[in-house]
Write a protein that binds this ligand. Structure first.
Ligand SMILES: [Fe+2]
Ligand SMILES: [Fe+2]
Ligand SMILES: [Fe+2]
Length: 448
């Protein structure tokens, strides 16, 4: 196990404090749906087991093609969100075959296909893969609707594994019976998946046009596939696809409109529900913890605006668990060292993902620290005392209390009085004693 000195060296090497600066912080920034999802799509990549940036590259390809076709702006936005959200359904599931499912689009059929090229069936076998494909498409479409996206976006998520020739998910639409936006999203996902190997960009630039043309008329709309093959001969397409600032460029498009305060809470609340379900917690736990964290922040003399930012951070505090196998998160037993190491990555994933959203640097830092302890025995940084931000402790206190007072796979809910008793035992080691006293005065009164 790494020593504290080693961990601090790693921290010093990898963390750029300027990313998490709190100066001039004036509350929740004005953010668009497109900016938030541009960054959070990286969490969906983790859940799908894909290379970082998969959903962003799919969005780039989809928007590039849609723009070339001269689609009106509203349709282009639908393509963008369909691409970013296409695999959000994977965030809820944890199938054995998770590695195979996302690319299994054309199973056990004749001819060359992305499935044959990329699928490595795991212990789950084909029937489980097919089941996973259907379920993650349906679940993803439901999540998109709950986030307030239009029916064309939900339909694109639902149909992203459907094939032009009608094969694929039971109920898949054949040919141009499927909406154009859906066909573009399906193409963008299929094309990015084929490029997702280890070959260098120049080799992919040479093979890319043929790869997409090869799927014309079977997996993909032939007209779109041939057009995409032509676009894939352009240098600017490839330079954009492999641009290190691709994510920032997509987020700067600000698609979907800027969210008002309550709209933002609701938008993030849906994602918090997704995390609850994945973690085997009652849906709505994350929202409840976030509301409590906001109240505690106010009781710790923070401004309304800062307390709102604490609520935003809390709604997203466990988004990094999308990168942890759900069976570890739901395990009703003690975790092995390897399993625990995987679980302990989740604040780091969340911090790095949220740090990409303009104006959320401080919130990213708090989220990254929500499992730190004032006695220096927390993770991931083993911070000590006042190094652990107050906001991170508030998130931790609210999460701990909610966990104690609700059923978990490994134990029944405790009465609030007993939960407070346990929390008091954490004063000076897990949490700062003064903060804990403030917390108790907000979270009470408790039952006998
Ligand atoms: Fe998928
Ligand atoms: Fe995908
Ligand atoms: Fe956590």
């Amino acid at each position: 196990m790494a020593s504290k000195a080693q961990i601090q060296t790693v921290k010093a090497d990898f963390l750029d404090p300027s990313l998490y600066e709190d100066t001039g912080l004036s509350g929740v920034p004005r953010l668009s749906r497109g900016t938030i999802l541009g960054a959070l799509s990286r969490a969906f990549d983790l859940a799908e087991g894909r290379k970082p940036g998969h959903a962003q590259r799919v969005a780039y390809i989809g928007v590039y093609l849609a723009s070339d076709l001269g689609l009106e702006p509203a349709r282009i936005e639908e393509v963008y969100f369909g691409c970013l959200l296409h695999d959000v359904g994977m965030s809820v599931l944890d199938p054995v075959s998770i590695q195979a499912a996302p690319v299994a689009t054309r199973w056990a059929r004749n001819g060359r296909s992305s499935a044959e090229v990329l699928v490595r069936p795991s212990s789950g076998g084909w029937s489980e893969i097919i089941e996973t494909i259907a379920r993650h498409c349906e679940t993803g479409a439901a999540v998109a609707r709950r986030m307030g996206f239009s029916e064309p976006v939900a339909a694109a998520v639902l149909g992203h594994h459907d094939c032009w020739d009608g094969s694929g998910r039971p109920g898949a639409l054949r040919g141009d019976a499927a909406p154009l936006v859906s066909r573009i999203v399906a193409l963008a996902d299929r094309f990015e998946t084929l490029l997702d190997g280890d070959a260098p960009p120049l080799a992919l630039r040479r093979s890319g046009p043929a790869l997409v043309r090869d799927m014309a008329g079977r997996e993909l709309d032939p007209e779109l596939a041939h057009r995409m093959a032509e676009l894939a001969t352009r240098d600017d397409f490839w330079m954009g696809l492999y641009d290190n600032d691709l994510g920032a460029g997509l987020m700067a498009l600000n698609y979907g409109g800027v969210l008002g305060r309550d709209e933002l809470f609701e938008f993030l609340g849906v994602l918090s529900d997704v995390v609850d379900v994945r973690n085997g917690r009652e849906e709505g736990s994350g929202r409840r913890i976030a509301d409590m964290a906001r109240r505690v922040a106010l009781h710790c003399d923070m401004t309304e605006r800062r307390a709102d930012l604490v609520k935003v951070a809390t709604l997203l505090h466990d988004i990094g668990t999308l990168g942890v196998p759900a069976r570890y998160l739901r395990k009703p037993d003690i975790l092995s060292i390897d399993e625990m190491s995987a679980v302990q990555m989740h604040p780091i994933y969340a911090r790095d993902i949220l740090g990409e959203i303009p104006g959320l640097g401080a919130a990213a830092w708090w989220v990254g620290c929500h499992h730190e302890r004032v006695d220096g025995k927390g993770y991931p940084g083993m911070l000590e005392g006042s190094e652990v931000p107050v906001e991170a402790q508030i998130i931790g206190m609210c999460e701990t209390f909610d966990a104690l007072t609700n059923d978990r796979p490994y134990r029944r809910a405790l009465p609030r009085s007993e939960a407070f008793e346990i929390m008091r035992g954490l004063a000076g080691n897990r949490f700062d004693s003064y903060l804990l006293a403030r917390f108790e005065s907000v979270a009470g009164p408790f039952d006998a």
